[in-house]
Design a protein around this ligand. Structure first.
Ligand SMILES: NC(=O)c1ccc[n+]([C@@H]2O[C@H](COP(=O)([O-])OP(=O)(O)OC[C@H]3O[C@@H](n4cnc5c(N)ncnc54)[C@H](O)[C@@H]3O)[C@@H](O)[C@H]2O)c1
Length: 363
């Protein structure tokens, strides 16, 4: 292990941080900002899960914006979510304006417990915050042997179909199912052509974006991430992507009692609480057959999908979530790649609270 100074690396060179170090660093910065250690550990685990899966947009780089919100007093890092049972298979979580990671983690735990006993468990979550990458919640259910649906709403970024200004969030729709010997199924997708975090990442890294991702403030296609952030994201598939974004708002916002219809405040805006809503469902996979049969059928589906005839130029067909799982296997060996500007921004956060700088892995 060695510390690498700014002078030693080119701006776009990748510097690798081990997952355990990333978690330790996040925990130190969070506790330095007054977040209890138990809360900080959950946030660190979920953010680093995103970095490991290659979802760099929703990992450790979120720390500066999250901490700005904690310091501004619009996100309560000390809050513990509360849970109330509504029916034997339905619960409600009040996130109490704490980290979305805590509310969603508690919610999925309860959903899985209800599903284990009754076959299905549904949890509505209100007064929450950004929970990062949805796939960590799907993985939590898979680790508990459950299928799941994971919905959230988010701050305005997309016009609805036919509209020109931001109204709906780029709210991810996610679901999953455990496999047998093969990889589990994990779908985790934003209803936009690209997740907005990818534009922030391009901006941080000084990169251009594809022209079909967003429009600038004048409604023109742009490859400039800053201009894109001043404009609107484009929904995938026109009215279908727009409808999926509205669906996330119906289930996560309208139903829960949280903000909706353009009312959620974004994770980069330190002016007021976000009031995000989430919607989680866990389903027991062996409701209609034995678990062994279910797992064998999932494996058969996997093999049929990845074994399909390949289109011209395609080398390999992947199951949903598989690329991210392969990335995780690699990053557990290599560490998490970051660029110097990202390391600098993280170290600024450490300096603000008198904690050690992040340690770069010697290559
Ligand atoms: N919390 C929030 O408010 C919020 C908002 C937006 C996005 N996000 C997160 O951002 C992340 C990125 O979303 P995205 O839509 O850009 O994801 P993406 O486009 O990279 O992937 C979407 C889905 O397609 C699958 N996939 C991608 N390439 C594939 C291939 N070649 N073969 C087979 N399957 C493939 C992935 O496994 C994934 O399930 C998600 O983790 C999402 O949860 C969070």
């Amino acid at each position: 292990m060695a510390e690498v100074s700014s002078a030693q690396s080119a701006p776009d060179a990748k510097l690798y941080v081990e997952a355990a170090e990333a978690r330790k660093f996040i925990e130190a910065v969070l506790t330095g900002n007054g977040v209890p250690a138990s809360n900080a550990a959950v946030v660190a685990k979920c953010l680093v899960a995103a970095d490991l899966r290659g979802v760099d947009t929703h990992g450790i780089n979120r720390i500066p914006s999250y901490m700005a919100r904690v310091r501004a007093g619009v996100l309560d890092g000390t809050a513990t979510p509360s849970l109330s049972k509504i029916t034997p298979v339905v619960a409600q979580v009040d996130g109490r304006n704490g980290f979305g990671f805590l509310a969603a983690s508690l919610g999925m735990k309860e959903a899985c417990e209800m599903a284990r006993e009754f076959g299905i468990g549904m949890v509505s979550i209100k007064h929450s915050n950004h929970f990062g990458m949805s796939a960590w919640i799907v993985q939590q259910a898979i680790d508990d042997g459950m299928m799941s649906l994971v919905f959230t709403n988010s701050s305005p970024a997309l016009p609805v179909f036919g509209g020109k200004s931001k109204l709906m969030g780029v709210s991810p729709i996610a679901c999953g199912a455990p496999g047998g010997q093969e990889k589990p199924f994990i779908l985790d997708m934003a209803p936009s052509v690209a997740a907005r975090g990818k534009i922030y990442k391009a901006k941080r890294r000084g990169e251009k974006i594809p022209l079909d991702w967003a429009l600038d403030a004048e409604g023109r296609p742009t490859d400039d991430p800053t201009a894109a952030l001043g404009g609107v994201m484009l929904p995938m598939g026109g009215p279908k992507g727009s409808a999926l974004a509205i669906m996330m708002d119906v289930f996560s916002g309208v139903l829960s009692g949280s903000e909706f219809a353009g009312g959620v405040t974004g994770p980069y805006d330190p002016s007021k609480p976000s009031d995000v809503g989430h919607f989680l469902v866990a389903i027991k996979p062996d409701l209609f057959m034995s678990l062994d049969d279910f797992r064998k059928r999932m494996d058969f589906l996997y093999q049929r999908v990845v074994g399909s005839d390949k289109a011209a130029g395609v080398e390999r067909i992947y199951f949903p979530g598989e690329i991210e799982q392969l990335t995780q296997e690699e990053r557990e060996r290599t560490g998490i790649p970051l660029v110097q500007a990202e390391i600098d921004a993280l170290n600024e956060e450490a300096k603000k609270v008198g904690k050690p700088l992040i340690t770069i892995r010697a290559q």
